[in-house]
Design a protein around this ligand. Structure first.
Ligand code: ADP
Ligand code: ZN
Length: 731
């Protein structure tokens, strides 16, 4: 018997692997006291470095290498639903695919468990309502509650588009009654038989096919591909209804859930109640309740961002990924994964169908359809006989704007006509701030970020120059920091603030609304903006890519794209594809049945295939030729990529590490390594960056190659190597 064994011997204690939410290479073994019952998936408390940590009992066979007397004991099993088998398999799968430590992936599923479970406040309408001053915001809150109550404050703020002060005021005067609910309180069950819109014959056919997929209770992947406004949302909500009728849970993933107030209102019209919402900006209390409700099967439908994939659904029967082409589904920090692709993996482990939805499907998904791996359903025309918007190009070489201006005469004219007709217009420019570059007229000095390979962007309303990568901010200097010349700093190029200034001069009577991430800072602001637009309190919307996503504004009939060439500048692998998708989505905001939409694209390259595809509205042909050029070079989706991003606090360390990786680069049939090379952002947040790109044939797996490769180098202090499998950004 060992001297260190503290218990008198008797029966041998069991050992179990416990995965902890840290970047260790795998689970650690712990001893289980004889009177304790633990099984895989149980959430347990275990000692780790003199603290107690929450971990999950994992499945890997116990590792016998550590002698029993050195093992610590499991302290206890938490009274929380265990992590199911399918979620554990999913965690292992992502860890292996992305080369991430499994504990770090598991942490995403567990994170919400930390923190306290204080009771949550929900509101009801007072009954009877006291006679007090009624304002439009107050009325909106009461309207939201009339549809469903009680509601969380966060939901009321979002759906009514009001500020917290409004709710406080309403509670003070007795319009609202607060009640507390225990954590884990169930969400009200959406009613699949609540009356929804009557579907057209075309929509019915597609809805039936999706319902069959749900009824099959088997894994499948379907692309739902339909033009903007064809009713894709209404149709996939029928699949959600089928899932509810089958008594299973459904997950709908949206790229910008915090800005999706219109989507939630749609859901509410279809099912009578709002779904459970999941994203990282929710208060931790709300997240905890939602997590618990999902785990207990009490949240039948969840609409969420990327991280909703890690919720503990006991019986997931459907995953829908809306706007599947969106780059926002790619998580770039920590565990680098594409939630669109991982949704498919999760569906497979749950024996459930996955439905990928887009008006502009990604080349990856289209290639999967063509290879027969995914099915495809189409909605080829807009609902209710509405026509697609008419696109025209404004050739900036022939008809440039006036000096110092950015809107060409034809575009100005079109906006004037639209406004004169009592319709709404939108100007789109995917660039925040006033000007992307500030330079000295006297010496040519350019204002650059000290921490990043990037210009400082002028934000005139704030009086600042700002780095969009690291947040470095300085006041706009009165003189050039290089030559000292006074009043010589000049803005170059437009950002959205500058377009707003020009619009104010050109259309002084139009009521303007800016929609950019610095003006629309969250769900409440987004809902409020949407309501203003729907209520026609706005004539001219000026927006960044924030306006491109899923909005439906019935009175908007003109969209002007200020700089259609913007996304093509970097020449990245997917630059053309993404520009077509983004501009087609923006264009899709325009028009309805009675008033067809018009779209104008300002460009210097009207003959570019991207502009021609948008002009002709023929995205299929464009995607086919894009596919051809990728196939030739064996680029994704016809080959596989993985990026190694080397970074270090000094350029020398970064260079040495990158060179070492270059020397030990894998070789072989179908394997190519590009680099090392300085990253386009060779300095980011003060770190020096180098990149290597592994490109392999589609039939070669990148993970074993990467694992062997990374094993050949020793990463020095201050240096690191990040792995990005299937990269979509090459900065
Ligand atoms: P998509 O998701 O394809 O862009 P949506 O589902 O958002 O299309 O539909 C566009 C608009 O048309 C929405 O306002 C929606 O409510 C409306 N709509 C679609 N189908 C129908 C229908 N069958 N009956 C009534 N309205 C519909
Ligand atoms: Zn910076």
């Amino acid at each position: 018997m060992s001297l260190f064994q503290s218990e008198p011997s008797g029966e041998r204690e069991r050992r179990v692997p416990v995965l902890l939410p840290y970047p260790f290479p795998g689970p650690f073994d712990y001893r289980v006291p004889p009177d304790m019952d633990v099984k895989p998936g149980d959430v347990v408390l275990v000692p780790l470095n003199r603290r107690e940590e929450v971990g999950v009992v994992w499945d890997a066979p116990a590792d016998q290498s550590v002698p029993e007397h050195k093992l610590k004991r499991v302290v206890g099993v938490l009274d929380t639903p265990p992590m199911g088998e399918s979620l554990r398999r999913f965690v292992d799968w992502i860890a292996a695919y992305t080369l991430s430590p499994p504990g770090e992936v598991m942490a995403m599923a567990l994170r919400v468990l930390s923190g306290s479970a204080r009771p949550v406040v929900r509101y009801r309408r007072a009954d009877p309502l006291p006679v007090v001053r009624m304002t439009p915001p107050r009325q909106r809150v009461l309207d939201v509650l009339a549809r469903q109550q009680p509601r969380l404050a966060a939901e009321l703020l979002r759906e009514a588009g009001v500020s917290p002060a409004v709710l406080r005021g309403m509670a003070d005067v007795g319009l609202l009654v607060a009640e507390t609910a225990a954590p884990g309180a169930p969400f009200i069950r959406p009613d699949p038989d609540h009356e929804g819109p009557a579907l057209s014959a075309q929509q019915q056919g597609v809805a039936a096919a999706l319902r069959d997929g749900v009824a099959a209770r088997a894994f499948s992947v379907t692309l739902l591909d339909g033009v903007t406004g064809s009713g894709k949302t209404e149709v996939y909500l029928e699949a959600v209804a089928a899932c509810l009728r089958a008594g299973r849970q459904a997950l709908v993933m949206l790229p910008e859930i915090a800005l999706s107030s219109q989507w939630i209102e749609r859901f509410q019209r279809r099912f009578g109640v709002a779904p459970a919402v999941w994203h990282s900006d929710l208060p931790s209390r709300v997240r905890k309740i939602t997590w618990q409700a999902v785990a207990e099967g009490q949240a039948p439908v969840v609409v969420g961002a990327r991280s909703s994939l890690f919720l503990p659904f006991p019986d997931l029967g459907l995953i829908v990924v809306d706007e599947e082409h969106e780059a926002a589904f790619k998580q770039q920090d920590g565990v680098v994964y594409n939630a669109r692709d991982m949704a498919v993996v999760r569906a497979r482990f749950c024996d459930a169908p996955a439905v990928l939805v887009s008006a502009t499907p990604s080349l990856e998904t289209v290639a999967n359809v063509e290879a027969g791996r995914y099915a495809r359903l189409r909605l080829p025309s807009r609902h209710g006989g509405a026509s697609m918007p008419v696109v025209t190009l404004v050739d900036l070489r022939d008809t440039p704007p006036e000096r110092g201006r950015f809107l060409a005469p034809g575009l100005v004219q079109a906006v004037r006509e639209t406004l004169a007709g009592g319709e709404q217009a939108m100007l789109f420019l995917n660039r925040r701030g006033y000007a992307p570059l500030t330079l000295c007229r006297h010496c040519g000095h350019r204002m650059q970020c000290p921490n990043c390979t990037a210009w400082l962007v002028e934000h005139r309303t704030r009086g600042q120059l700002l780095c969009h990568h690291c947040g470095h901010t300085i006041p706009i200097p009165p003189e050039c920091p290089a030559c000292g010349a006074a009043d010589s700093l000049t803005p170059v190029g437009p950002g959205i603030e500058r377009i707003t200034e020009e619009a104010a001069a050109v259309f002084p009577d139009a009521r303007r609304l800016i929609m950019a991430s610095d003006t629309i800072s969250g769900p409440h602001a987004a809902a409020a903006a949407a309501h203003e637009i729907e209520a026609r309190a706005v004539d001219l919307i000026i927006g960044t890519q924030l306006v491109a996503k899923g909005w439906h504004f019935p009175h908007l009939t003109f969209v002007g794209v200020v700089d259609a060439d913007l996304g093509l500048a970097g020449g990245e692998l997917r630059a053309s594809e993404r520009t077509v998708q983004l501009l087609h989505q923006v264009a899709g905001r325009a028009g309805r049945a009675e008033a067809p939409g018009r779209v104008m694209l300002q460009t210097f390259i009207p003959d570019h295939p991207v502009m021609q595809a948008l002009l002709q509205g023929d995205l299929d042909a464009f995607m086919a030729s894009e596919a051809e050029s990728r196939r030739d070079g064996e680029w994704p989706p016809y080959g596989r990529l993985a990026a190694l991003i080397v970074s270090a606090d000094s350029a020398i360390v970064a260079d040495t590490l990158a060179r070492d990786l270059g020397w030990s680069a894998p070789r072989g049939d179908g394997i190519v390594v590009l680099g090392p090379a300085p990253a386009p952002m060779s300095l980011l947040r003060g770190r020096h960056r180098r990149r290597l790109l592994l490109k392999v044939r589609r039939d070669v797996a990148v993970q074993p190659i990467l694992r062997a490769w990374l094993g050949t180098v020793k990463v020095p202090r201050g240096g690191r190597v990040d792995v990005d499998v299937d990269p979509i950004s090459f900065l």
